[in-house]
Design a protein around this ligand. Structure first.
Ligand code: ADP
Ligand code: C5P
Ligand code: MG
Length: 196
């Protein structure tokens, strides 16, 4: 697989509201294209489970549907990227805010090559989250409503920023998992990043 010529790894950010299907599509991207998947939410949940010093703060923030301080999240992503010898990363659920974005650029000295945005109607996202059944503390109607507000207030501006920078690829996130993946495949094919 051929990635861009410059220095530094290829970075694809994956954005979309709660339940828009980011994790589901990332699994398919990994399987088809071999990128290394880092889910910011998963890294934070792992941090809670490991009883780290930030665990309680992270848990309370997630229960409220708010955004964990960027230094914490970026440092978890940084650790994963630096301990991996992968040259291509899929960073899922990040950046959630302008502050997240600026912290990544400052700490990592890197920007994404492309950004995928899974565009999904709110009621569909709510239905999917409430039927996810993974036992997550934030998959309840009250927290989902808060997460949707945070998504609109803090994440949409980041998505618009990448649209202005010509890096955004918007995917219609309604349909079967395979139908949606066909749109993702078209993005990677058009970038000529992939030899299948
Ligand atoms: P996100 O990572 O964006 O929060 P997930 O990939 O975890 O979203 O998907 C949320 C829920 O919706 C999961 O239970 C998943 O199985 C389901 N799901 C994912 N894609 C679809 C789809 N295209 N149609 C219906 N349900 C879906
Ligand atoms: O992406 P995911 O749904 O797994 O994120 C779950 C929660 O983790 C978010 O609602 C938020 O509280 C927290 N999170 C965060 N910063 C990120 C990603 C996730 O604070 N960049
Ligand atoms: Mg997810």
């Amino acid at each position: 697989m051929q990635v861009k010529g410059g220095k530094g790894p290829f970075i694809c950010f994956v954005l979309g509201g709660p339940g828009s299907g980011k994790g589901t599509q990332c699994a398919k991207i990994v399987k088809n294209y071999g990128l290394t998947h880092l889910s910011a939410g998963e890294l934070l949940r792992r941090e809670i489970a490991s009883n780290s010093e930030y665990g309680t703060t992270i848990l309370n923030t997630i229960k409220e549907g708010k955004i964990v301080p960027s230094e914490v999240t970026v440092s978890l992503i940084q650790k994963e990227m630096e301990s991996s010898d992968s040259k291509k990363f899929l960073i899922d659920g990040f950046p959630r805010s302008e502050e997240n974005r600026a912290a990544f650029e400052r700490i990592m000295g890197a920007e994404p090559d492309i950004v995928l945005f899974f565009d999904c109607p709110e009621e569909e996202m709510v239905n999917r989250v409430l039927n996810r059944n993974e036992g997550r503390v934030d998959d309840n109607i009250d927290t989902v409503r808060k997460r949707l507000q945070v998504f609109k207030a803090l994440n949409l501006p980041v998505i618009n920023y990448y649209a202005r920078r010509g890096k955004l690829y918007t995917i219609n996130a309604v349909g079967t998992v395979d139908e949606i993946f066909e749109q993702v495949r078209a993005v990677f094919a058009a970038l000529k990043l992939v030899t299948e």
